[in-house]
Design a protein around this ligand. Structure first.
Ligand code: ADP
Length: 614
């Protein structure tokens, strides 16, 4: 076994690799950029080397820096994780040339699978069924249009060098072909430096089925069964599971055998995934599953395979890279129960899934038997704008598919993240979709029903009351408004919007100024009611008070200005959120104490508006 390992990656996968290396007694070396100086993978590794500024092109993608870090620390091997340099044959070769161990396949295998057309030709020659289509050299538009007509519409134009769902165009009819081809070629040239395309039959009711394979340097290849990654958003995986719903033994045997043949055709060593596309319109059938591409690395979703087989795939990688044979033969591998993984992202489904960056002031996950969290962050860590905003992979194992699904739902629904926004509630909704429950998912499900899944829930009376109960007793709050004291109802602000809450009888042990409300994976901030903050409602004496301690980020009016009701006066940043304070009525700014950049306390008088005509 190798004695030391440099991990040329960051985030959850770096932490995942460190975990196994430590268990096996392998010394670990992390690398990090400026933005990652305090990252979890840096904390967890035995040693860490700074390799450059935050942008990936100046750090994690610089092979020379990483090699130098390995040499400086005496690391014996390099694990690339996924993404970054993991499928860069040139980098793999330079690692080998430097006399180090590359935890991955031979550079020639990476190259053979690097371009989609060459990979498909190779697979077809090895007897692996490939998606019907044209994958030759002739790139003449008129010729490609004739090929598309032969294949039959709809067709999919794919950049041979494409990846990550980019460089693909679905074409429904012949008239649209020329334009789609030109636009796909432009995108391919710009994104991948290679305008070459192939044409494929567009599979209706497509399901994404992939097989985990493993090879060693002694010529052995096994598969570790399939995963189903059909729940996708814009060709990106959202929830993955193993095994695939509706896969019968004969179909499984055929697909897994095809995957093993594919791996043998490229003398594969290490962890790899053969991706297939299936026409799921009549269930999974061996004659309707075709090779799509091979990923020559460990996949993001490898944990679901680990959970059903009881194997540690990173351990397998390290053993194989050390020259050992595969830890298990095919006969010694079997499927136990079901596993599901959801990708928890720092993104806001209500705002078109925009990444949400910032400090994770609150980070909690729901617990469940059979539950596993693979994460690269901790409470107090930053989600930086430089990298993939994944917070964690939430994984659940159960005896049956439904048990795994319910357990995953419990873990996601019990998660609480603030002030960074997450897709937890979206994932909870996806898990509860009737088609998902039935195991009847095609890659277009989110495209069709995703808008409903992205609708945030409404906080229940019970969740609000619990949060309100942990706040400062109502009577102690300056400016607090009791609506109906007899019924114990009070108005609060929920993410800045007024909401009436039935107060619980008992007071709180540790009263807080604000409270976090969580339900179904959604997180809100509950704060004391202030008429100034409630979108210009109310009125009062025209005093604009700071609703929370925070920082003024802009002042939009000057002393003496005439303002109209609802006009923005200034913006306050508090709890990592921006709050606009608006004029309660038409009037004049007669007092202004706010300065952009200044810190303010709660209840500070920021401005005063005098009503027109008074
Ligand atoms: P990338 O390398 O960009 O990930 P893939 O070839 O793996 O591209 O395809 C990504 C996704 O696109 C698949 O998971 C599937 O959802 C969809 N897809 C690919 N090929 C087809 C096809 N022939 N018909 C229908 N959908 C397809």
């Amino acid at each position: 076994m190798i004695a030391s390992l440099l991990i040329a990656n960051r985030g959850e996968i770096a932490c995942r690799i460190i975990r196994t290396a430590r268990r096996l007694g392998v010394r670990t070396v992390a690398v990090y950029s400026d933005a990652d100086a305090k990252a979890l993978h840096v904390r967890e590794a035995d040693e860490a080397v700074h390799i450059g500024p935050s942008p990936t092109r100046e750090s994690y993608l610089l092979g020379d820096r990483i090699l130098a870090a390995a040499q400086a620390t005496g690391a014996q091997a390099i694990h690339p994780g996924y993404g970054f340099l993991s499928e860069n044959a040139q980098f793999a070769q330079s690692v080998l040339d430097a006399g180090l161990v590359w935890v991955g396949p031979r550079p020639s295998s990476i190259t053979a699978m690097g371009l989609k057309d060459a990979a498909k030709t190779l697979m077809s020659d090895a007897g692996v069924p490939v998606t019907p289509g044209y994958m030759g050299d002739n790139q003449d538009p008129a010729f490609l249009a004739r090929e598309s007509a032969k294949i039959g519409y709809p067709v999919l134009i794919k950049a041979v060098a494409g990846g990550g769902g980019k460089g693909m165009r679905m074409v429904e009819k012949a008239e649209d072909f020329a334009d789609a081809l030109a636009s796909c070629q432009r995108e391919a040239a710009a994104s991948f430096g290679n305008a070459h395309v192939l044409i494929e039959k567009y599979i209706l009711s497509p399901r994404h089925i992939e097989v985990q394979i493993f090879g060693d340097s002694h010529g052995n290849v096994v598969h570790l069964f399939e995963r189903d990654c059909s729940l996708q958003r814009r060709h990106q995986k959202v929830i993955e599971e193993a095994p695939a719903p509706g896969m019968d033994a004969a179909t499984r045997a055929a697909v897994c055998a095809a995957a093993v043949n594919a791996a043998k055709a490229v003398d594969y060593v290490g962890a790899g995934t053969i991706e297939f596309i299936a026409d799921g319109s009549a269930g999974l059938r061996a004659d309707r599953i075709w090779f799509m591409e091979m990923n020559t690395r460990l996949q993001v979703e490898h944990p679901v395979t680990e959970e059903i087989t009881g194997q540690d795939l990173v351990e397998w990688q390290l053993r194989v890279a050390s020259g050992e044979p595969l830890p298990r033969t095919q006969d010694e591998l079997s499927i136990n129960g079901w596993a599901m993984e959801a990708r928890l992202y720092a993104e806001d489904p209500a705002r078109g899934f925009l990444p949400s960056v910032g400090t994770l002031d609150l980070l909690q996950f729901g617990g469940s038997p059979g539950g596993r969290i693979d994460t690269g962050v901790y409470q107090g860590a930053e989600v930086s704008p430089y990298y993939d905003p994944m917070i964690a992979k939430v994984i659940a194992h159960g005896a049956t598919r439904d048990e795994a699904r319910r357990r995953l739902g419990v873990m996601l629904a019990g998660s609480a993240v603030w002030p960074v926004r997450t897709n937890a509630n979206f994932l909870v909704n996806a898990l509860a979709h009737p088609a998902f429950i039935a195991g009847n998912v095609d890659t277009g499900l989110i495209g069709r029903d995703g808008e409903a899944m992205a609708q945030p829930p409404i906080a229940s009376a019970g969740a609000l009351a619990r949060a309100a109960g942990s706040m400062v007793p109502a009577t102690d709050m300056p400016g607090f408004r009791l609506n109906a004291p007899a019924r114990g109802t009070a108005t609060f602000l929920l993410d800045g919007d007024p909401v009436d809450v039935a107060l619980p009888a008992a007071g709180a042990a540790a009263p807080a100024l604000t409270a976090i409300v969580t339900e179904a994976g959604q997180t809100w901030l509950l704060s004391p009611w202030r008429h100034e903050a409630s979108h210009g409602g109310g009125g009062g004496d025209g005093a604009i008070l700071s609703p929370m301690p925070g920082r003024i980020i802009s002042v939009d009016v000057a002393l003496g200005d005439t303002v109209s009701k609802g006009q923005k006066l200034l913006t306050l940043e508090a709890m990592k959120m921006e709050h606009s304070l608006t004029a309660p009525f038409d009037g004049t700014v007669v007092e202004l104490n706010a300065i952009a950049g200044g810190q303010v306390q709660v209840e500070a008088l920021l401005a005063r508006i005098e009503a027109t005509g008074e």
